[in-house]
Structures are given as structure tokens and as C-alpha cells.
Ligand binder design. Sequence first.
Ligand code: 5GP
Ligand code: MG
Ligand code: MG
Length: 185
Amino acid sequence: MDAADMGKDLSSVLISEAELQAKIKELAGQIDTDYAGQELLLVGVLKGAVMVMADLARALHVPVQMDWMAVSSYGAGTRSSGVVRVLKDLDTDIAGRHVLVVEDIIDSGLTLSWLMNNLKSRDPASVEICALLRKPEAVKVPLDVRYVGFDIPNEFVIGYGLDYAEQYRNLPFIGTLAPHVYGGE
Ligand code: 5GP
Ligand code: MG
Ligand code: MG
């Protein structure tokens, strides 16, 4: 699916496929430098982080393992419920490991600040965050985000893992959805 196939559902392409891929390589370069000589456990947050996880993992040169957590914060709509539930926990014991949480987007930051507390309580050697996208609201929570791809405006975005009602995750770019699709103005 590309921008043309999206037709009138898409209001604009915010970040192109080429821009995404260039940023992933840049982030991977920083991570390779910071974790040189160490082994890294990438923890992807399902389902939104699948694309960034897959591309980031392939761009990294340090040895990595991958594990996944699923937490719920949003339903089918576009607003945070504020409730975090663990739908799938890690398979790995992270005690003594260097953990890098890979996220698609930080909006309110509620999900990640909860997740960071949860992971820190498991005694990892270190735990840091790599988020592809960050919205302006995120500055309100005390969250130390080591790697950020793009700071974006406060709009609902889709593509490259991000969904609206489970659709559009497979778009290779980040777009904004036309308000009529989600019943906006
Ligand atoms: P937070 O807890 O930071 O408000 O929200 C985190 C989660 O909400 C993200 O991992 C993502 O699943 C979802 N989310 C937040 N903003 C957006 C957005 O603009 N588009 C989509 N598709 N999901 C979002
Ligand atoms: Mg996410
Ligand atoms: Mg979603």
C-alpha cells in the first residue's frame, strides 16, 4: 500500500520511507557506539514497535537479542485510556542485562513511565528507551528518553507499525489520518 492507495483516508505524509530509514540508521549508529563491547536486549512494545524493531535490529552491529511485551493503553480510538495492562510479558529474565526498550511513539508517556518502573524493578544492568516518535505532551512526564527519532506535532499518526483500529500498520511511511476517518471535525 502506498500514499496513492490510501486515497482520501490519508491527510498527509508526515515522514517518508526514506526519511524513516535514514533516521533508523542514524539511531543504530549512536546505539552501536554507546553499547560497544556489550550485548543488548531489545524489548519491543507490541504491536506498534514491530517495524522500528525489525529495521533497527537489522541496522545494529552490536549483538542483540529481541523480546516483546504487549501492554494496552489505547483501545480502538485515538485517546489514551490511562490504564496500562500487561497482555504479554517478557519471555526473558532481564536481571543483569542491558535493556533497550523500543517504542513506536510517546504521546502522554503514561505507558512508558509505567513500563520503565516495571522493568527497573526486575534488576537489569541498565534500561534505556528508543522511541521513533515523540509528541509534545511527552515533556510533561519525567521520562528520560535516550534515543528519539522525530519530535512530531500533536496529531494522530498512522503507518510504520502505528494503527488506527488495527489498520494502516503496514504503510512504509508515517502519515496523518483525515479527520473524517475517525469521526473528527
Ligand atoms: P502514551 O501512553 O504515551 O500516551 O501512548 C503510547 C501508545 O499510544 C503508543 O505506543 C501507541 O500505541 C499509542 N499512540 C499514541 N499516539 C498515537 C498516534 O498518534 N497514533 C497511533 N496510531 N497510536 C498512538
Ligand atoms: Mg507503542
Ligand atoms: Mg494502536
